[in-house]
Design a protein around this ligand. Structure first.
Ligand code: GDP
Length: 426
């Protein structure tokens, strides 16, 4: 992905998240100087397997597992500080030194306990299938211009005046929503006072750091969380996340201009999954959905929730290619399809008897579309040991060629297993 002309690359999920971006970023981070998270919060949950160790990183970029890489949590992220330190402790316990390699944007907003209470109360009423980590309410506060940012911790003596109005407002909302929970002001003040001395040493003008890195031709990876169909603007609204997951969000959320970005790699599974509520047109019928879930280990990294599973949906990926400006595709979990005799691929939709080639804006229309399938012959051979495209079974190559053709984006990587070395570079 990186070459002389391509030094700043965005990696995004091009379906509904959980595409295996964590592993891809981990492989690419080996060649990067900087890895930047630009949106989302502790709801991300990348799983990376190195040797026999499994790491679940929610906020810290997985690039942290590589010694020479500087990791940044950008201004577009909403940061859950206690979770950040728990993650750091875990890394330190496993012997990973993060000294001088992890920075948090001074402009990033904080997720505080009252955000979690609000999230739980609103999920009870709205049922969007959120992870309940307070991400949505923290973004609401950011756009409502009443957020608390990392930079505010530099003047921790202002914690009480800053928090008084926010906690009062949160409690009013909780009451309105019929919740019996209440946020406690003293607890929040104590939390900020306790966090300030730990967090402020990590705080920096990270936009400036990324800017310098790009100008110096350092290799910069901007790491997205979730996927295109969960983008607040382009996703299946309202069953979306609260931030821009697509590549445009990478510029805003890391603090550089869009002209700094040289390439956008979209990560897709060789099939489709979705966690939470909302339509999934190519959802597989029983027993295929269960089989995909079992073989692919499709359970949420953060919540353990079983994911809904279905076939590759070309309409989704074509759409993701357009709204992200994808320049390359990474297809993951090809190995999960190894044992299937037939593999359907959704090539389009029919809606009310008419062809529908583009993603409809109404979520209701998407839940009514009929997918049009093309049936591919399975290869029925293990692919986990393959490292070159030419060594894949012909039916697997034909399958990948078809995905490339349908999505209009060249396949650059194929992942054939959970391990870092189980990857084919095209
Ligand atoms: P992310 O948030 O997009 O990184 O996705 P998750 O980490 O939630 O889910 C990816 C899961 O799939 C993890 O358990 C990975 O170890 C696993 N995974 C990634 N790539 C592959 C692959 O090519 N084959 C298989 N079988 N598992 C994979």
């Amino acid at each position: 992905m990186f070459d002389a002309k391509t030094t700043c690359v965005v990696v995004v999920g091009a379906q509904w998240g959980d595409e295996g971006k964590g592993k891809l970023v981990d492989v690419l981070a080996e060649r990067a100087d900087f890895v930047v998270r630009y949106q989302g919060g502790a709801n991300a949950g990348h799983t990376v397997v190195i040797g026999d160790k499994q790491f679940i990183l929610r906020q810290i970029p997985s690039g942290i597992l590589h010694r020479g890489v500087t990791c940044i949590i950008g201004n577009g992220v909403v940061l859950e500080p206690e979770n950040l330190f728990a993650e750091l402790d875990q890394l330190h316990q496993r012997g990973i030194d993060t000294t001088g390699r992890l920075f948090v944007s001074d402009r990033a907003h904080l997720v505080l306990p009252y955000h979690k209470l609000l999230d739980a109360a609103s999920e009870k009423n709205q049922k969007l299938g959120t992870t309940g980590r307070g991400i949505g309410p923290a973004y609401e506060d950011k756009y409502g211009r009443r957020g608390i940012r990392v930079v505010d911790l530099r003047r921790v003596e202002c914690a009480r005046p800053l928090l008084t109005e926010r906690v009062r407002r949160a409690n009013q909302l909780l009451e309105m929503m019929g919740s019996n929970e209440r946020a406690d002001l003293d607890q929040h003040v104590e939390l900020l006072e306790r966090l300030a001395p730990k967090l402020t040493p990590l705080a920096a003008d990270t936009g400036l750091m990324v800017h310098h890195a790009v100008r110096e031709g350092r290799r910069v990876l901007l790491e997205g969380a979730q996927g295109a169909l969960l983008d607040v603007d382009h996703g299946t609204y309202p069953y979306v996340t609260s931030s821009n997951t697509t590549s445009g969000g990478a510029a805003v959320g890391s603090g550089v201009g869009p002209t700094a970005i040289d390439g956008v790699l979209g990560v897709v599974k060789a099939y489709t999954t979705r966690v939470g509520n909302g339509p999934l047109p190519t959802e597989a019928e029983s027993p295929y959905g269960e089989r995909l879930r079992e073989l692919g280990g499709e359970f949420g990294a953060v919540t353990g929730r079983p994911r809904r599973c279905g076939w590759f949906d070309a309409t989704v990926v074509r759409y993701a290619a357009r709204v992200n400006g994808l320049t390359g595709l990474a297809v993951t979990k090809l190995d999960v399809l190894d044992s299937f005799t037939e593999i359907p691929v959704g090539i389009g939709y029919r809606l009310a008897g008419k062809t529908c080639d583009e993603m409809p804006a109404e979520v209701d229309a998407l839940s009514r579309v009929q997918p049009v399938y093309e049936i591919h012959k399975g290869w029925q051979e293990p692919t986990g040991a393959v490292r070159r495209l030419v060594d894949l079974p012909p039916a697997a190559r034909a399958y990948l060629n078809r995905l490339e053709e349908l999505s209009g984006v060249p396949v650059r990587y194929v992942s054939v297993g959970t391990r870092r070395d189980q990857i084919i570079e095209v």
